[in-house]
Write a protein of this length. Sequence first.
Length: 252
Amino acid sequence: MSAPLRAFIVDDEPLALKRLARLLEAAGGVEIVGRATDPAKALAQLVGAPVDVVFLDIQMPGLSGLDVAAQLPRETRVVFVTAYDQHAVAAFEVNAVDYLLKPVEAVRLKATLTRLASRSVEPGLRETLERLTGQLRGGTHLAHLASRVGERVHLVPVDEVTHVFARDRATYAATATAEHMLDVTIVDLERRLDPAKFLRIHRSTLVNLAWVSELHADFGGKLVLRLRGDKRHELVVSRDRVRPLKERLGLV
């Protein structure tokens, strides 16, 4: 029987730290040898007592997770635990084995631990993230949306996305033929997508203006937007977003 992985957890949010520790303990095969909410103190401990893997939050006060990872011994493997943004992608430039998106799911964590135990990194995952890194480092808007399916990351071209919507505490990108679950919030996407192409029409909906077919009022007087395509999706426009939408479409 192989020895358990010696793991150290760093997250400035105490609740997130405790939750990840519980998940790791439940998964088995891991010995948590340390944890910290202060990245500077964590680094001091890790430099003097190397471990097998460090689970690192990225956005922390003082030293970021990227700062910490850059100063760890090269043999120390790193798994970043973060919300999806440019930092999660840039993390793979700093000897990262994998990344976990908050809130961390037990099944996803188990896959990461399996990868760590086998000392392998899936080539497809790294190639995908390298492409995203180049895109984000270049300061451009997102050209693809990343949707994880099992151990694969599927890239959905934004030009094929008709709209993005939130449902049951999850975010989805809709195309003419399918819906893809995303590991990012509507708020984050509004910031990362090209505002010349995408517009927020509801607190839970972003629409690709290129896919707008027509506007009409329903029986309740609400403005409804209809999209091109076989499905001809209809999306409700919030009252406070009606004027911005009409302005963008050249109707006022």
